[in-house]
Design a protein around this ligand. Structure first.
Ligand code: SF4
Length: 523
Protein backbone atom coordinates (compact mmCIF):
# COMPACT_ATOMS: atom_id res chain seq x y z
CA UNK A 1 0.00 0.00 0.00
CA UNK A 2 2.76 2.39 0.97
CA UNK A 3 4.68 1.73 -2.26
CA UNK A 4 1.57 2.34 -4.31
CA UNK A 5 0.92 5.66 -2.63
CA UNK A 6 4.47 6.86 -3.25
CA UNK A 7 4.15 5.99 -6.95
CA UNK A 8 1.20 8.32 -7.43
CA UNK A 9 2.02 11.95 -8.10
CA UNK A 10 0.21 14.18 -5.65
CA UNK A 11 -0.93 16.67 -8.26
CA UNK A 12 -0.13 15.93 -11.85
CA UNK A 13 1.15 18.99 -13.63
CA UNK A 14 0.04 21.25 -10.84
CA UNK A 15 2.88 21.20 -8.33
CA UNK A 16 1.81 21.28 -4.70
CA UNK A 17 -1.94 21.36 -4.03
CA UNK A 18 -3.21 24.56 -2.52
CA UNK A 19 -5.52 24.50 0.45
CA UNK A 20 -8.82 26.12 -0.52
CA UNK A 21 -8.55 28.71 2.22
CA UNK A 22 -5.10 29.66 0.96
CA UNK A 23 -6.29 30.31 -2.55
CA UNK A 24 -9.05 32.44 -1.12
CA UNK A 25 -6.62 34.42 1.05
CA UNK A 26 -3.90 35.24 -1.43
CA UNK A 27 -3.78 39.00 -0.89
CA UNK A 28 -0.36 40.63 -0.78
CA UNK A 29 -1.02 42.26 2.55
CA UNK A 30 -0.79 39.13 4.71
CA UNK A 31 2.04 39.20 7.28
CA UNK A 32 5.46 37.74 6.45
CA UNK A 33 7.55 35.60 8.81
CA UNK A 34 11.01 34.14 8.08
CA UNK A 35 10.65 35.22 4.45
CA UNK A 36 7.39 33.31 4.02
CA UNK A 37 4.00 34.95 3.65
CA UNK A 38 1.70 33.72 6.41
CA UNK A 39 -1.75 32.57 5.45
CA UNK A 40 -5.01 32.81 7.28
CA UNK A 41 -4.87 31.51 10.86
CA UNK A 42 -1.10 31.12 10.87
CA UNK A 43 -0.64 34.82 11.48
CA UNK A 44 -2.04 34.56 14.97
CA UNK A 45 -1.99 30.87 15.91
CA UNK A 46 0.69 29.46 18.19
CA UNK A 47 3.40 27.31 16.59
CA UNK A 48 3.35 23.63 17.57
CA UNK A 49 6.27 22.87 19.85
CA UNK A 50 7.29 19.40 20.86
CA UNK A 51 6.63 19.16 24.53
CA UNK A 52 6.37 16.42 27.06
CA UNK A 53 3.35 18.16 28.59
CA UNK A 54 0.15 16.46 27.47
CA UNK A 55 -2.40 18.90 26.13
CA UNK A 56 -5.89 18.04 27.39
CA UNK A 57 -8.25 16.96 24.64
CA UNK A 58 -10.74 19.72 23.83
CA UNK A 59 -14.34 18.50 24.15
CA UNK A 60 -17.19 19.10 21.74
CA UNK A 61 -20.09 21.54 21.61
CA UNK A 62 -22.13 22.13 24.74
CA UNK A 63 -25.57 20.64 24.16
CA UNK A 64 -28.49 22.13 26.09
CA UNK A 65 -31.72 20.45 25.02
CA UNK A 66 -33.23 22.14 22.01
CA UNK A 67 -31.11 25.31 22.33
CA UNK A 68 -29.18 26.51 19.30
CA UNK A 69 -25.77 24.78 19.10
CA UNK A 70 -22.90 27.28 19.24
CA UNK A 71 -20.30 25.70 16.94
CA UNK A 72 -18.01 28.73 17.10
CA UNK A 73 -17.66 28.47 20.88
CA UNK A 74 -16.57 24.82 20.66
CA UNK A 75 -14.36 25.60 17.65
CA UNK A 76 -12.59 28.33 19.63
CA UNK A 77 -11.77 25.78 22.35
CA UNK A 78 -10.42 23.38 19.73
CA UNK A 79 -8.25 26.08 18.17
CA UNK A 80 -6.97 27.00 21.62
CA UNK A 81 -5.45 23.48 21.82
CA UNK A 82 -2.61 23.90 19.26
CA UNK A 83 -1.36 20.30 19.34
CA UNK A 84 -4.83 18.96 18.56
CA UNK A 85 -5.61 21.61 16.01
CA UNK A 86 -2.39 21.11 14.07
CA UNK A 87 -2.57 17.31 14.13
CA UNK A 88 -6.21 17.39 12.99
CA UNK A 89 -5.58 19.89 10.21
CA UNK A 90 -2.49 18.04 8.94
CA UNK A 91 -4.06 14.58 9.17
CA UNK A 92 -7.15 15.52 7.20
CA UNK A 93 -5.22 17.53 4.65
CA UNK A 94 -3.04 14.44 4.15
CA UNK A 95 -6.20 12.45 3.33
CA UNK A 96 -7.27 15.16 0.92
CA UNK A 97 -3.93 15.15 -0.95
CA UNK A 98 -3.94 11.34 -1.12
CA UNK A 99 -7.45 11.55 -2.56
CA UNK A 100 -6.15 13.98 -5.20
CA UNK A 101 -3.40 11.53 -6.13
CA UNK A 102 -5.91 8.74 -6.63
CA UNK A 103 -8.19 11.01 -8.62
CA UNK A 104 -5.40 12.03 -11.00
CA UNK A 105 -4.48 8.37 -11.54
CA UNK A 106 -7.93 7.67 -13.05
CA UNK A 107 -8.50 9.47 -16.37
CA UNK A 108 -12.25 8.82 -16.29
CA UNK A 109 -12.66 10.23 -12.76
CA UNK A 110 -15.04 13.01 -13.75
CA UNK A 111 -17.14 10.58 -15.81
CA UNK A 112 -17.36 8.30 -12.77
CA UNK A 113 -18.59 11.20 -10.66
CA UNK A 114 -21.17 12.14 -13.27
CA UNK A 115 -22.32 8.54 -13.55
CA UNK A 116 -22.52 8.10 -9.77
CA UNK A 117 -24.55 11.27 -9.47
CA UNK A 118 -26.92 10.17 -12.25
CA UNK A 119 -27.42 6.69 -10.72
CA UNK A 120 -28.23 8.22 -7.34
CA UNK A 121 -30.60 10.83 -8.78
CA UNK A 122 -32.38 8.21 -10.85
CA UNK A 123 -32.75 5.91 -7.82
CA UNK A 124 -33.94 8.67 -5.53
CA UNK A 125 -36.59 9.74 -8.03
CA UNK A 126 -37.82 6.12 -8.27
CA UNK A 127 -37.15 5.21 -4.66
CA UNK A 128 -40.47 3.46 -3.98
CA UNK A 129 -39.91 1.14 -6.95
CA UNK A 130 -36.35 0.17 -6.00
CA UNK A 131 -37.15 -0.26 -2.32
CA UNK A 132 -39.98 -2.64 -3.24
CA UNK A 133 -37.65 -4.59 -5.51
CA UNK A 134 -34.98 -4.72 -2.82
CA UNK A 135 -37.43 -5.93 -0.18
CA UNK A 136 -38.84 -8.69 -2.41
CA UNK A 137 -35.39 -9.99 -3.33
CA UNK A 138 -34.11 -9.81 0.26
CA UNK A 139 -37.13 -11.80 1.47
CA UNK A 140 -36.52 -14.32 -1.33
CA UNK A 141 -32.98 -14.69 0.06
CA UNK A 142 -34.43 -15.69 3.43
CA UNK A 143 -33.94 -12.33 5.13
CA UNK A 144 -36.52 -10.78 7.49
CA UNK A 145 -37.25 -7.20 6.40
CA UNK A 146 -38.58 -4.49 8.74
CA UNK A 147 -39.47 -0.85 8.11
CA UNK A 148 -38.80 1.91 10.62
CA UNK A 149 -40.30 5.38 10.33
CA UNK A 150 -37.77 6.97 12.71
CA UNK A 151 -34.92 6.32 15.10
CA UNK A 152 -37.16 5.24 17.99
CA UNK A 153 -38.96 2.70 15.84
CA UNK A 154 -35.61 1.38 14.59
CA UNK A 155 -34.39 0.91 18.15
CA UNK A 156 -37.63 -0.77 19.24
CA UNK A 157 -37.54 -3.19 16.29
CA UNK A 158 -33.93 -4.16 17.00
CA UNK A 159 -34.67 -4.52 20.69
CA UNK A 160 -37.66 -6.73 19.85
CA UNK A 161 -35.50 -9.02 17.68
CA UNK A 162 -32.84 -9.26 20.41
CA UNK A 163 -35.50 -9.90 23.04
CA UNK A 164 -37.03 -12.74 20.99
CA UNK A 165 -33.60 -14.40 20.88
CA UNK A 166 -32.73 -13.69 24.50
CA UNK A 167 -29.72 -11.70 23.26
CA UNK A 168 -27.98 -9.50 25.83
CA UNK A 169 -24.75 -8.61 24.03
CA UNK A 170 -24.39 -7.24 20.53
CA UNK A 171 -21.23 -6.61 18.53
CA UNK A 172 -21.57 -3.90 15.99
CA UNK A 173 -19.62 -2.35 13.14
CA UNK A 174 -19.64 1.36 12.40
CA UNK A 175 -22.92 2.87 11.29
CA UNK A 176 -23.77 6.58 11.16
CA UNK A 177 -27.44 5.65 10.88
CA UNK A 178 -27.39 4.07 14.34
CA UNK A 179 -25.75 7.27 15.63
CA UNK A 180 -28.70 9.19 14.17
CA UNK A 181 -31.06 6.86 16.03
CA UNK A 182 -29.34 7.24 19.42
CA UNK A 183 -29.01 3.46 19.34
CA UNK A 184 -26.31 2.95 21.97
CA UNK A 185 -28.00 5.02 24.64
CA UNK A 186 -31.35 3.32 23.94
CA UNK A 187 -29.76 -0.11 24.30
CA UNK A 188 -28.03 0.94 27.50
CA UNK A 189 -31.45 1.87 28.91
CA UNK A 190 -32.93 -1.54 28.08
CA UNK A 191 -29.93 -3.47 29.38
CA UNK A 192 -28.29 -4.66 26.16
CA UNK A 193 -24.51 -4.34 26.03
CA UNK A 194 -23.18 -2.91 22.77
CA UNK A 195 -19.57 -3.51 21.75
CA UNK A 196 -18.32 -1.35 18.88
CA UNK A 197 -15.81 -3.32 16.81
CA UNK A 198 -14.35 -0.52 14.67
CA UNK A 199 -11.19 0.69 16.45
CA UNK A 200 -11.99 4.39 16.23
CA UNK A 201 -15.62 3.87 17.11
CA UNK A 202 -14.67 1.71 20.12
CA UNK A 203 -12.31 4.45 21.33
CA UNK A 204 -15.18 6.92 21.08
CA UNK A 205 -17.57 4.56 22.83
CA UNK A 206 -15.16 4.02 25.73
CA UNK A 207 -14.62 7.78 25.96
CA UNK A 208 -18.39 8.39 25.89
CA UNK A 209 -18.11 10.60 22.81
CA UNK A 210 -19.83 10.54 19.44
CA UNK A 211 -17.79 9.95 16.28
CA UNK A 212 -16.20 13.19 15.08
CA UNK A 213 -15.87 12.10 11.43
CA UNK A 214 -17.95 9.76 9.26
CA UNK A 215 -14.94 7.62 8.29
CA UNK A 216 -12.29 8.22 10.98
CA UNK A 217 -14.36 8.65 14.15
CA UNK A 218 -11.52 9.40 16.58
CA UNK A 219 -9.40 11.53 14.25
CA UNK A 220 -9.54 14.47 16.66
CA UNK A 221 -7.66 12.50 19.32
CA UNK A 222 -3.90 12.47 19.79
CA UNK A 223 -2.22 9.15 20.55
CA UNK A 224 -1.87 10.28 24.14
CA UNK A 225 -5.63 10.83 24.39
CA UNK A 226 -6.23 7.25 23.25
CA UNK A 227 -3.66 5.94 25.72
CA UNK A 228 -5.53 7.77 28.49
CA UNK A 229 -8.85 6.22 27.44
CA UNK A 230 -7.35 2.73 27.21
CA UNK A 231 -5.55 3.18 30.53
CA UNK A 232 -8.90 3.93 32.17
CA UNK A 233 -10.89 1.18 30.46
CA UNK A 234 -8.40 -1.50 29.42
CA UNK A 235 -5.78 -1.05 32.13
CA UNK A 236 -2.80 -0.25 29.87
CA UNK A 237 0.12 2.01 30.81
CA UNK A 238 -1.10 5.58 30.17
CA UNK A 239 2.43 6.59 29.13
CA UNK A 240 2.52 4.02 26.32
CA UNK A 241 1.11 5.79 23.28
CA UNK A 242 2.72 3.52 20.69
CA UNK A 243 0.00 3.06 18.05
CA UNK A 244 0.77 -0.63 17.54
CA UNK A 245 0.50 -1.28 21.27
CA UNK A 246 -2.76 0.65 21.43
CA UNK A 247 -4.29 -1.25 18.50
CA UNK A 248 -3.16 -4.58 19.97
CA UNK A 249 -4.61 -3.69 23.38
CA UNK A 250 -7.98 -3.02 21.75
CA UNK A 251 -7.74 -6.22 19.73
CA UNK A 252 -6.95 -8.34 22.77
CA UNK A 253 -9.75 -6.75 24.79
CA UNK A 254 -12.40 -6.97 22.08
CA UNK A 255 -11.81 -10.38 20.46
CA UNK A 256 -13.23 -12.41 23.36
CA UNK A 257 -16.29 -10.14 23.43
CA UNK A 258 -16.80 -10.74 19.70
CA UNK A 259 -16.55 -14.51 20.09
CA UNK A 260 -19.05 -14.53 22.96
CA UNK A 261 -21.60 -12.05 21.56
CA UNK A 262 -25.25 -13.10 21.22
CA UNK A 263 -25.89 -11.02 18.11
CA UNK A 264 -24.11 -8.93 15.50
CA UNK A 265 -25.05 -5.69 13.76
CA UNK A 266 -23.73 -3.96 10.67
CA UNK A 267 -24.61 -0.84 8.77
CA UNK A 268 -24.82 -0.84 5.00
CA UNK A 269 -22.99 1.19 2.36
CA UNK A 270 -25.05 -0.03 -0.59
CA UNK A 271 -28.26 -2.07 -0.85
CA UNK A 272 -28.66 -3.66 -4.28
CA UNK A 273 -32.27 -3.86 -5.44
CA UNK A 274 -31.54 -6.43 -8.13
CA UNK A 275 -30.09 -8.99 -5.70
CA UNK A 276 -31.53 -8.04 -2.31
CA UNK A 277 -27.97 -8.08 -0.96
CA UNK A 278 -26.06 -5.43 0.96
CA UNK A 279 -22.44 -4.30 0.74
CA UNK A 280 -20.46 -3.07 3.74
CA UNK A 281 -17.02 -1.46 3.33
CA UNK A 282 -14.52 -1.51 6.20
CA UNK A 283 -10.77 -1.41 6.66
CA UNK A 284 -10.67 -3.71 9.68
CA UNK A 285 -12.87 -6.61 8.62
CA UNK A 286 -15.03 -5.97 11.63
CA UNK A 287 -18.27 -5.98 9.62
CA UNK A 288 -17.51 -9.57 8.56
CA UNK A 289 -17.07 -10.52 12.20
CA UNK A 290 -20.29 -8.79 13.23
CA UNK A 291 -22.23 -10.38 10.36
CA UNK A 292 -20.81 -13.88 10.62
CA UNK A 293 -19.61 -14.78 14.11
CA UNK A 294 -22.95 -14.68 15.99
CA UNK A 295 -25.85 -16.60 14.48
CA UNK A 296 -28.10 -13.54 14.56
CA UNK A 297 -27.23 -10.67 12.17
CA UNK A 298 -29.16 -7.39 12.05
CA UNK A 299 -28.33 -4.74 9.44
CA UNK A 300 -29.55 -1.14 9.71
CA UNK A 301 -30.08 0.39 6.28
CA UNK A 302 -31.00 3.98 5.45
CA UNK A 303 -33.55 3.93 2.62
CA UNK A 304 -31.32 6.16 0.46
CA UNK A 305 -28.66 3.42 0.33
CA UNK A 306 -30.45 1.43 -2.35
CA UNK A 307 -28.97 1.28 -5.87
CA UNK A 308 -30.64 -0.49 -8.79
CA UNK A 309 -28.17 -3.08 -10.07
CA UNK A 310 -25.01 -4.93 -9.12
CA UNK A 311 -23.10 -3.34 -12.02
CA UNK A 312 -23.74 0.09 -10.47
CA UNK A 313 -21.89 -0.99 -7.36
CA UNK A 314 -18.59 -0.92 -9.27
CA UNK A 315 -18.98 2.82 -9.91
CA UNK A 316 -19.38 3.59 -6.22
CA UNK A 317 -16.72 1.17 -5.03
CA UNK A 318 -14.20 2.87 -7.32
CA UNK A 319 -15.12 6.28 -5.91
CA UNK A 320 -15.70 5.59 -2.22
CA UNK A 321 -12.33 4.72 -0.72
CA UNK A 322 -10.38 6.91 -3.13
CA UNK A 323 -12.46 9.90 -2.01
CA UNK A 324 -12.45 8.92 1.65
CA UNK A 325 -8.89 7.90 2.43
CA UNK A 326 -7.00 8.18 -0.83
CA UNK A 327 -6.70 4.40 -1.07
CA UNK A 328 -7.82 2.50 -4.18
CA UNK A 329 -10.26 0.31 -2.29
CA UNK A 330 -11.28 -0.48 1.27
CA UNK A 331 -9.45 -3.45 2.79
CA UNK A 332 -12.74 -5.33 3.05
CA UNK A 333 -15.70 -4.97 0.70
CA UNK A 334 -18.16 -7.45 2.18
CA UNK A 335 -21.26 -8.67 0.35
CA UNK A 336 -24.05 -10.21 2.41
CA UNK A 337 -27.12 -11.71 0.77
CA UNK A 338 -28.61 -13.89 3.44
CA UNK A 339 -28.17 -15.49 6.84
CA UNK A 340 -25.10 -17.62 7.58
CA UNK A 341 -25.66 -21.37 7.75
CA UNK A 342 -28.03 -22.10 10.60
CA UNK A 343 -28.39 -18.39 11.33
CA UNK A 344 -30.95 -15.61 10.98
CA UNK A 345 -30.66 -12.24 9.27
CA UNK A 346 -32.82 -9.12 9.67
CA UNK A 347 -32.74 -5.89 7.69
CA UNK A 348 -34.22 -2.74 9.17
CA UNK A 349 -34.97 -0.16 6.48
CA UNK A 350 -35.00 3.25 8.14
CA UNK A 351 -36.56 6.51 6.97
CA UNK A 352 -35.82 8.87 9.88
CA UNK A 353 -36.58 12.06 7.95
CA UNK A 354 -35.31 10.93 4.54
CA UNK A 355 -38.72 11.00 2.82
CA UNK A 356 -39.28 14.52 4.11
CA UNK A 357 -35.83 15.56 2.84
CA UNK A 358 -36.62 14.05 -0.55
CA UNK A 359 -39.48 16.54 -0.80
CA UNK A 360 -37.22 19.56 -0.21
CA UNK A 361 -36.59 21.17 -3.59
CA UNK A 362 -33.23 22.69 -2.73
CA UNK A 363 -31.89 19.95 -0.46
CA UNK A 364 -33.07 16.57 -1.74
CA UNK A 365 -29.80 15.82 -3.55
CA UNK A 366 -28.05 15.67 -0.16
CA UNK A 367 -29.53 12.13 -0.10
CA UNK A 368 -26.97 11.16 -2.76
CA UNK A 369 -24.25 11.25 -0.07
CA UNK A 370 -22.21 8.06 0.25
CA UNK A 371 -20.57 9.22 3.52
CA UNK A 372 -17.01 9.30 2.21
CA UNK A 373 -16.01 12.31 4.32
CA UNK A 374 -14.06 13.99 1.48
CA UNK A 375 -15.94 17.25 1.98
CA UNK A 376 -14.89 17.23 5.63
CA UNK A 377 -11.24 16.55 4.84
CA UNK A 378 -11.04 19.54 2.53
CA UNK A 379 -13.07 22.01 4.60
CA UNK A 380 -10.88 24.64 6.33
CA UNK A 381 -13.50 25.19 9.03
CA UNK A 382 -13.88 21.49 9.80
CA UNK A 383 -10.15 20.81 9.78
CA UNK A 384 -9.53 23.53 12.32
CA UNK A 385 -12.51 23.04 14.59
CA UNK A 386 -12.97 19.27 14.91
CA UNK A 387 -16.14 17.31 14.21
CA UNK A 388 -17.49 17.39 17.75
CA UNK A 389 -17.73 21.18 17.66
CA UNK A 390 -20.82 20.82 15.43
CA UNK A 391 -22.76 19.14 18.24
CA UNK A 392 -24.67 16.96 15.76
CA UNK A 393 -24.48 13.48 14.22
CA UNK A 394 -23.02 14.83 10.99
CA UNK A 395 -20.31 17.44 10.93
CA UNK A 396 -18.41 19.35 8.27
CA UNK A 397 -20.02 20.54 5.03
CA UNK A 398 -22.38 17.56 4.66
CA UNK A 399 -23.49 18.08 8.28
CA UNK A 400 -24.36 21.71 7.57
CA UNK A 401 -26.95 20.62 5.02
CA UNK A 402 -28.26 17.46 6.73
CA UNK A 403 -28.42 18.47 10.40
CA UNK A 404 -30.98 21.28 9.96
CA UNK A 405 -33.36 18.73 8.39
CA UNK A 406 -33.44 16.95 11.77
CA UNK A 407 -33.93 20.08 13.88
CA UNK A 408 -34.04 23.46 12.15
CA UNK A 409 -33.77 25.63 15.26
CA UNK A 410 -31.12 23.62 17.12
CA UNK A 411 -28.81 23.55 14.09
CA UNK A 412 -29.75 26.97 12.71
CA UNK A 413 -26.26 28.44 13.25
CA UNK A 414 -24.41 25.58 11.52
CA UNK A 415 -24.84 26.75 7.89
CA UNK A 416 -22.81 29.82 8.85
CA UNK A 417 -19.77 27.68 9.77
CA UNK A 418 -18.47 27.68 6.22
CA UNK A 419 -16.32 29.93 4.08
CA UNK A 420 -18.39 28.87 1.01
CA UNK A 421 -15.15 28.33 -0.92
CA UNK A 422 -16.78 25.47 -2.87
CA UNK A 423 -13.98 22.97 -2.29
CA UNK A 424 -16.49 20.55 -0.70
CA UNK A 425 -18.57 20.46 -3.90
CA UNK A 426 -15.44 20.00 -6.01
CA UNK A 427 -14.32 16.87 -4.17
CA UNK A 428 -17.76 15.27 -3.65
CA UNK A 429 -17.78 11.97 -5.59
CA UNK A 430 -21.54 12.18 -6.21
CA UNK A 431 -21.46 15.85 -7.22
CA UNK A 432 -23.64 17.30 -4.49
CA UNK A 433 -23.68 21.11 -4.79
CA UNK A 434 -22.82 21.32 -1.10
CA UNK A 435 -21.75 24.96 -0.86
CA UNK A 436 -24.83 26.12 -2.75
CA UNK A 437 -27.05 24.17 -0.36
CA UNK A 438 -25.22 25.70 2.61
CA UNK A 439 -25.93 29.13 1.17
CA UNK A 440 -29.58 28.16 0.56
CA UNK A 441 -29.89 27.07 4.21
CA UNK A 442 -28.69 30.53 5.29
CA UNK A 443 -31.57 32.04 3.34
CA UNK A 444 -34.01 29.58 4.95
CA UNK A 445 -32.71 30.50 8.41
CA UNK A 446 -33.08 34.23 7.68
CA UNK A 447 -36.61 33.75 6.32
CA UNK A 448 -37.55 31.72 9.38
CA UNK A 449 -36.14 34.30 11.85
CA UNK A 450 -33.46 31.89 13.02
CA UNK A 451 -30.56 34.37 12.89
CA UNK A 452 -28.94 35.45 16.14
CA UNK A 453 -29.48 39.02 17.34
CA UNK A 454 -25.87 40.01 16.47
CA UNK A 455 -26.07 38.52 12.97
CA UNK A 456 -29.43 40.17 12.35
CA UNK A 457 -28.10 43.56 13.48
CA UNK A 458 -24.97 43.16 11.35
CA UNK A 459 -27.02 42.23 8.28
CA UNK A 460 -29.33 45.17 8.84
CA UNK A 461 -26.37 47.57 9.12
CA UNK A 462 -24.78 46.05 6.01
CA UNK A 463 -28.09 46.46 4.17
CA UNK A 464 -28.24 50.16 5.02
CA UNK A 465 -24.60 50.71 3.99
CA UNK A 466 -24.94 48.83 0.72
CA UNK A 467 -28.10 50.73 -0.17
CA UNK A 468 -26.31 54.10 0.21
CA UNK A 469 -23.12 54.24 -1.90
CA UNK A 470 -21.85 57.53 -0.44
CA UNK A 471 -22.29 56.24 3.10
CA UNK A 472 -20.62 52.95 2.13
CA UNK A 473 -17.54 54.72 0.70
CA UNK A 474 -17.24 56.96 3.73
CA UNK A 475 -17.44 53.93 6.06
CA UNK A 476 -14.81 52.03 4.07
CA UNK A 477 -12.45 55.03 4.08
CA UNK A 478 -12.87 55.41 7.85
CA UNK A 479 -12.30 51.69 8.45
CA UNK A 480 -9.19 51.70 6.22
CA UNK A 481 -7.55 54.58 8.03
CA UNK A 482 -8.55 53.09 11.39
CA UNK A 483 -6.98 49.75 10.47
CA UNK A 484 -3.77 51.41 9.34
CA UNK A 485 -3.55 53.92 12.16
CA UNK A 486 -4.94 52.32 15.32
CA UNK A 487 -2.65 50.52 17.77
CA UNK A 488 -2.84 46.70 17.71
CA UNK A 489 -4.81 46.36 20.96
CA UNK A 490 -7.55 48.58 19.55
CA UNK A 491 -8.01 46.32 16.50
CA UNK A 492 -7.51 42.93 18.14
CA UNK A 493 -9.97 42.73 20.97
CA UNK A 494 -12.86 40.47 21.87
CA UNK A 495 -15.28 42.48 19.70
CA UNK A 496 -13.26 41.57 16.61
CA UNK A 497 -14.19 37.94 15.97
CA UNK A 498 -12.34 37.97 12.63
CA UNK A 499 -9.05 38.80 14.31
CA UNK A 500 -9.29 36.20 17.08
CA UNK A 501 -7.20 33.58 15.31
CA UNK A 502 -5.85 35.39 12.27
CA UNK A 503 -4.41 38.64 11.10
CA UNK A 504 -6.83 41.19 9.71
CA UNK A 505 -5.70 42.03 6.15
CA UNK A 506 -3.81 45.30 5.83
CA UNK A 507 -6.08 47.99 4.44
CA UNK A 508 -5.13 49.09 0.91
CA UNK A 509 -3.77 52.62 0.56
CA UNK A 510 -6.49 53.43 -1.95
CA UNK A 511 -9.90 51.90 -2.61
CA UNK A 512 -10.66 50.40 -6.00
CA UNK A 513 -13.41 52.95 -6.45
CA UNK A 514 -11.10 55.95 -6.05
CA UNK A 515 -8.39 54.26 -8.19
CA UNK A 516 -10.94 53.67 -10.92
CA UNK A 517 -12.21 57.20 -10.74
CA UNK A 518 -8.71 58.67 -10.82
CA UNK A 519 -7.53 56.51 -13.71
CA UNK A 520 -10.69 56.86 -15.73
CA UNK A 521 -10.80 60.63 -15.44
CA UNK A 522 -7.06 60.75 -16.29
CA UNK A 523 -7.61 58.90 -19.60
S1 SF4 B 1 -21.39 15.07 0.71
FE1 SF4 B 1 -20.13 14.13 -0.90
S2 SF4 B 1 -18.02 14.48 -0.17
FE2 SF4 B 1 -19.34 14.80 1.61
S3 SF4 B 1 -19.44 12.84 2.67
FE3 SF4 B 1 -21.18 12.90 1.24
S4 SF4 B 1 -20.45 11.93 -0.63
FE4 SF4 B 1 -18.65 12.44 0.57
Amino acid sequence: MKGLESDIPIALGAGVETRPEESAASGDDSPVKNGRRLQHAEGASHPLRSTSVREPQPRGARIRGNHRVDQTEAAARFIAAPQHEKMHDDRLWDLRTKRDGQMHAIPEWEELRTLASAIKEHTLTHLDHYLDEFEQNARANGVHVHWAMDGDEHNQIVHGILHDHGAKTLIKSKSMLTEECGFRSYMARVGVEIIETDLGERIQQLDNEDPSHVVVPAVHKLRGDVAQVFATHLGIDPADDNVHHLAEAQRQATRPLILDADAGMTGCNFAIAETGGITVCTNEGNADLSANVPKLHIASVGIEKVIPRLEHLAVFIRLLSRSALGSPITQYTSHVRGPRNGGEMHLVLVDNGRSARLALDKFWTSLKCIRCGACMNTCPVYRRSGGLSYGATYSGPIGLIIDPTFNRHKYSALPFSSSLNGSCSNVCPVKINIHEQISAWRQVMAENHELTFVKKAAMKAAGVLLAHPALYRAAIATADSALNGLPRFAVYNRLNAWGKHREVPHAPRESFHSWYKRNRSAS
